[in-house]
Design a binder for this molecule. Structure first.
Ligand SMILES: Cc1cc2nc3c(=O)[nH]c(=O)nc-3n(C[C@H](O)[C@H](O)[C@H](O)COP(=O)(O)O)c2cc1C
Length: 309
């Protein structure tokens, strides 16, 4: 998620869940090829795995070049964005508008598969503009699938390319989970991951009766602690420490270190606004986070912040 799932946010999530796959923000092929996004591509090899990079682009050669770079960097998965409806992305002829060009998407996937053995996955919508019937999604999937492609992540809303902002495109078009469920029935060998409007782990578990995986966006970003039971309840792994105070304390110590390395508190602390969501001192806590960013001094407030969660 742009402006959200950066290296610091992913560090925070790894304190809460070890097993979930974490995704980078979308990084465009142009930015990678012109060397403009070293920071966005950087990840912490020691703690972040499994981590997927999401690429935005539509030129098979450029995507292949970027997949090669990301493979060499040590990412675990290369994901192609076929779901972003923003005007900037449409001007670049990638993102959601690619759903209308399945042959090109297929060429992009194959070009990447030729240069990497990493899983190449796609994140798409259930449709685009008037192409909102199930058949469209079925045909799109059929056209882009190949034996090496294992996973399709589907945001269960159409993208409306004209007239809705990216934000509206995440709430106005209705969620149609049944289209994603049907896709799993029709393509049983393809791993289908459902996304869109899923609020918590209980809802995720319900979806897992129908599909193979669940992707959480806003609910997890806005309230990271909802993922604290993922390892135990979804992956049957040992539970993580769910102690909010310990997690926040570790993350704040990380923020101190990062500040010394030049990463401002406004960049690192924004990710923990929601760590106390719904808890008694949430308001006071958020205000203190804001003050800390403004004062640019975490050392003074660290203990108070931890005591408020
Ligand atoms: C601030 C923000 C940035 C986003 N950036 C991306 C992105 O870079 N790539 C992407 O595939 N989806 C992006 N999305 C969409 C989410 O990944 C997700 O598909 C969408 O929000 C629906 O899922 P949710 O209801 O769980 O949030 C973004 C969403 C938000 C709110």
């Amino acid at each position: 998620m742009m402006q959200c799932t950066d290296i610091h946010d992913r560090y925070l999530f790894r304190l809460i869940t070890k097993k979930s796959i974490l995704y980078t923000e979308m990084v465009t092929t142009g930015a990678i090829i012109h060397g403009e996004c070293i920071e966005q591509l950087r990840f912490n090899d020691l703690v972040e795995h499994p981590v997927a990079v999401q690429l935005g682009g539509s030129d098979p050669k450029d995507l292949a070049a970027c997949a090669k770079i990301c493979d060499a960097m040590g990412y675990d998965e290369i994901n192609l964005n076929v779901g972003c409806p923003s005007e900037r992305v449409q001007k670049g002829a990638f993102g959601a508008c690619l759903m209308k060009e399945p042959t090109l998407v297929s060429e992009c996937i194959e070009a990447m598969q030729e240069v990497t053995t990493l899983p190449v996955t796609v994140k798409c919508r259930i449709g685009v503009d008037d192409n909102d019937d199930y058949e469209f999604l079925h045909n799109f999937t059929e056209s882009i699938m190949n034996p090496l492609m294992q996973t399709l992540i589907v945001h269960a809303r159409v993208a409306i390319l004209k007239g809705l902002s990216p934000r509206q495109n995440r709430s106005v078009p209705p969620l149609k989970y049944d289209h994603v469920y049907q896709l799993k029935k029709d393509f049983p060998n393809l791993e289908i991951v459902i996304n869109g409007g899923i609020q918590n782990i209980n809802e995720s578990i319900q979806h897992l009766n129908e599909v193979d995986g669940v992707m959480l966006g806003r609910s997890a970003y806005d309230n990271p602690m909802i993922t604290s039971q993922v390892d135990e309840l979804i992956f049957n792994a040992s539970p993580q420490i769910c102690d909010r105070k310990k997690i926040l304390n570790s993350y704040l110590l990380y923020c101190l270190e990062q500040n010394d390395l030049g990463h401002s508190y406004s960049r690192t602390l924004k990710h923990v606004f929601g760590i106390n969501k719904g808890m008694p001192h949430a308001r006071k806590y958020r205000k203190l986070i804001l003050d800390t960013m403004q004062q640019n001094n975490l050392q003074n407030n660290l203990e108070d912040l931890v005591s408020l969660v």
